[in-house]
Write a protein of this length. Structure first.
Length: 339
């Protein structure tokens, strides 16, 4: 089981409600992108820090990566007026053909996101929260994050409603979305709740992603949907391979400790179990054999560990990134061909 699933850096304020995001509209639709095919991407970067910070967009734009996955930032409390369109335009202009994806967690709710209302109550013990789709505390210790019943209609509406999160991201010009917590379907927290609801958790995840894909394609026929983790989902439900354009997988060789801040040695260099690595790689090859590019993300601060990942992942035909678990900045261990 993957340990990270990505949790964005946590910028907090107190005001916006669901309606502030649901009702937000853009003046005009952005034309379909001319981003390169995912199969042509040779390197990529994940930066989930607050892109509203001074210089953050410029640093990402000038980083030289074929693909950037960034926090859309307008979905963070206190940042609903952030100009996503301007950010995406700058990221594209710096490197025409670059793929720019928005990171979205679809299996966990975070209390620093603009959809989180002041009257929501966090789960306590074995009791779910309010709304009832809040199931419990994050099983890996990420603070302020809560697994959700992702099959719940109210939760899905936040993302795939007429003016929901996905539509607004695509209208801002993103080339697609990178979906966090796809692998949560196999976690015991989700499985138990799904069993009580009479829901097949794997099928429900595939169906939710299919709905997201429909919104992405309605706004940009060339848009991409990339699933994060869930390496076994394609085996459990082969339909998964029809609703994603690529697989992105954490912790194949090295992982880190949740909540470790940027620069903390705890944010990487913990070796994954060799048998799990071998099993993961076998799962990734199913994606490859179905024409789906595979991107690996490992967490290490030490150069020898980063070098090992870049060599082994590349040899397998994957596209690797080695960074720190907080993913709040551009990596300090970039691919050797970019140094």
């Amino acid at each position: 089981m993957k340990r990270a699933f990505f949790t964005a850096s946590r910028g907090r304020s107190s005001t916006p409600l669901i309606e502030s995001l649901e009702s937000r509209t853009l003046a005009s639709a952005v034309p379909a992108s001319t981003a390169m095919p995912l199969s042509s991407v040779k390197d990529f970067s994940y930066v989930l820090g607050n892109m509203a910070a001074p210089g953050a967009v410029t640093a990402a734009a000038q980083s030289g990566y074929d693909m950037l996955v960034v926090d859309p930032t307008a979905t963070l409390k206190g940042n609903t007026n952030f100009d996503m369109s301007a950010m995406v335009s700058q990221l594209h202009a710096a490197d025409p053909g670059r793929v720019v994806l928005a990171y979205v967690s679809i299996g966990e709710a975070s209390d620093d996101r603009s959809y989180w209302q002041n009257n929501w109550k966090t789960p306590a013990g074995s009791h779910h929260g309010n709304p009832a789709f809040l199931l419990g505390a994050d099983p890996y210790g990420w603070q302020g994050s809560y697994p959700v019943a992702y099959w719940n209609a109210a939760w899905q509406k936040l993302f795939v409603g007429k003016n929901g999160i996905i539509a607004n991201l695509m209208k801002a010009g993103f080339d697609g979305v990178s979906l966090g917590w796809v692998g949560g379907y196999s976690n015991s927290v989700f499985a138990a709740a799904a069993h009580r609801a009479g829901v097949n958790p794997a099928r429900a995840m595939v169906q939710f992603i299919s709905r997201i894909r429909s919104v992405v394609k309605a706004n940009n026929p060339n848009g991409y949907v990339v699933g994060v983790n869930g390496e076994s989902l394609a085996t459990v439900d082969p339909a998964y391979l029809r609703v994603v354009d690529a697989g992105m997988f954490e912790d194949t060789w090295f992982y880190g400790t949740p909540n470790a801040p940027w620069g903390d040695p705890a944010g990487g260099d913990l070796p994954s179990d060799a048998s799990e690595t071998a099993s993961d790689i076998a799962s990734y090859k199913l994606f490859q054999s179905n024409g789906k590019p595979v991107f690996t993300i490992d967490y290490a601060l030490q150069a020898p560990d980063a070098e090992l990942v870049y060599a082994e992942s590349s040899e397998l035909g994957f596209v690797p990134l080695v960074t720190q678990l907080s993913v709040s900045q551009t990596t300090t261990t970039p691919p050797p061909w970019l140094t």
